[in-house]
Design a protein around this ligand. Structure first.
Ligand SMILES: [Zn+2]
Length: 92
């Protein structure tokens, strides 16, 4: 890993790491990664989210994370898709 690689996270770490923990509306413990990915226990991906693993980006992950406790586990893929779209529109 390059020493000059930029960290996506304010802590400066460049490797993938967990930056926050919370619970969904239906009580599933979830983790936000520095890549913007959101996983459940043991690194499992919400249904429908496996396909865009690693493509979320921290900004969209944070947007989704703000509402994480308002959604159920099975709704997280659509929550993340909306967050990613919102961030993309803002950047355009
Ligand atoms: Zn960090």
């Amino acid at each position: 890993m390059s020493a000059h690689q930029e960290s996506p996270c304010s802590c400066g770490r460049v490797d993938e790491h967990i930056i926050a923990r919370s619970y969904t509306l239906d009580g599933v413990r979830v983790e936000l990664w520095s890549t913007g990915d959101i996983t459940g226990r043991l690194g499992t991906y919400p249904p429908g989210m496996g396909g865009f693993r690693g493509t979320i980006g921290l900004e969209a992950g944070r947007v989704a994370w703000a509402d994480i406790s308002l959604y159920e586990w099975r709704e997280l893929a659509s929550l993340l898709r909306r967050a990613r779209r919102r961030v993309a529109e803002r950047a355009a």
